[in-house]
Design a protein around this ligand. Structure first.
Ligand code: GDD
Ligand code: MN
Length: 363
């Protein structure tokens, strides 16, 4: 027998899928000491009763939550009640093929902390999806990549099918809303190594998907919550504060060189801009991105060069927006400039976040 495994399956009105799912898992996990832990949100179709009727034949258990709903929180409830060191999460509707579970567990045994069944690595896919659903799925991933840089470490942070070692979430407060439990684990969990195993998302055999517009809204709420809890929002505020200090440095030096050193103001401005870029870089290095510092002078200089390049782009964006709103819409130029500064700040933040200080070492 291999190590003990708990397979957490959230269910809501999935009665007709229970027997085929349990049978398939049993066939694929005979080498393991496993338990299937269903977390059911008081389904009205007899899902929990169906599960209970299998107790004498299969290692199944069901928790029925009353007055609570939601896929991701149901999974968290399952984690809390599971006793194994290895945890698997999968849907009940057979869209996640049980044949993949041993491959996820193999990856954990080879040293990964987290193994994701992924639609977006070579060999994976969701062939039966409409163009619209594919686009929504991709869009959701891009949004996560932008707001939560750590999500970029994997190709399919939205998968609902994955396995993890318990230690990844030990002592971690998981507070997901909506569907995306994996995103919560990726952002808040303590993992070093992650593997993605390709899988093809299957057609639903029985019952209906519970995904609706409300889930899209909850997804946005979840992204916001994760930005705050993971510290990414704070990082953005720090970046803006540093930017504000740069404006002071810039204005001060422009005045100093022009008034006190007698330089032509455009020349003073060049010196003032470059100096404020460097002070911004230093402050971001020491403050905003201190958790992503890489040792060595070479990395320091390289990042400074990148930061300079990004700032140059920001300058062009600022001037571009300023002239666009002033010339095309006849907006008062100081107002256009504020919009320009906002645009440049976003550009600077995201490009520096993704590129200059890219998050190369998780944990
Ligand atoms: N306990 C509980 N409570 N379970 C729920 C709830 C709920 O409120 N809503 C859905 N579930 C269960 C379903 O019964 C099913 O077992 C599983 O969660 C997935 O629900 P579906 O409604 O079938 O989701 P989907 O197929 O549209 O989306 C799945 O695939 C996406 C793409 O991979 C989910 O796994 C998503 O998390 C995933 O992003
Ligand atoms: Mn489904």
């Amino acid at each position: 027998m291999k190590s003990s495994v708990t397979i957490v399956v959230p269910t809501y009105n999935e009665r007709d899928n229970i027997v085929p799912l349990v049978e398939k898992i049993a066939k694929n996990l005979s080498r393991y000491n496993y338990e299937i832990l269903f977390v059911d949100d008081n389904s009205s179709d007899g899902t929990a009763e169906e599960i209970s009727s299998l107790k004498s034949k299969y290692p199944v258990r069901v928790i029925v939550r009353e007055g609570e709903k939601g896929l991701a929180t149901a999974v968290v409830r399952g984690f809390e009640s599971a006793e194994s060191d290895l945890l698997v999460v999968m849907d009940a509707d057979l869209q996640h093929p049980p044949e993949i579970v041993p491959r996820l567990l193999d990856a954990l045994e080879r040293g990964s902390d987290l193994a994701i069944a992924s639609r977006y690595v070579l060999g994976g896919g969701c062939d039966d999806w409409s163009g619209i659903r594919k686009a929504i799925s991709r869009g959701a991933i891009i949004l996560a990549d932008i707001t939560l840089p750590k999500a970029r470490k994997v190709k399919d942070p939205m998968s609902g099918f994955f396995a993890l070692k318990r230690k990844v979430i030990t002592g971690v407060k998981l507070e997901p809303v909506g569907y995306k439990i994996l995103l919560e684990v990726l952002m808040m969990g303590k993992w070093r190594e992650v593997t993605e195993v390709p899988f093809k998302f299957q057609l639903r055999q029985q019952g209906k998907s519970k995904l609706n517009l409300n889930q899209q809204y909850e997804y946005l709420r979840h992204l916001w919550g994760l930005s705050v809890r993971s510290g990414e929002f704070k990082r953005f505020i720090k970046f803006c504060l540093v930017g504000g200090s740069g404006v002071l440095v810039n204005t001060g030096l422009l005045w100093l060189f022009t008034e006190k050193a007698g330089l032509f103001y455009a020349l003073s401005s060049v010196i003032a801009i470059e100096t404020s870029i460097i002070t911004n870089y230093l402050l971001n290095h020491l403050f905003t991105f201190k958790d992503r510092r890489v040792p060595g002078a070479k990395a320091f200089i390289l990042k400074m060069a990148k930061f300079n390049l990004v700032s140059l782009g920001g300058l062009i964006i600022n001037i571009g927006i300023l002239s666009f709103f002033t010339e095309i819409f006849g907006l008062y130029y100081l107002l256009s400039n504020l919009i320009g500064i906002a645009g440049a700040t976003l550009w600077n933040y995201f490009v520096n976040n993704w590129w200059t200080w890219q998050d190369s070492n998780p944990v």
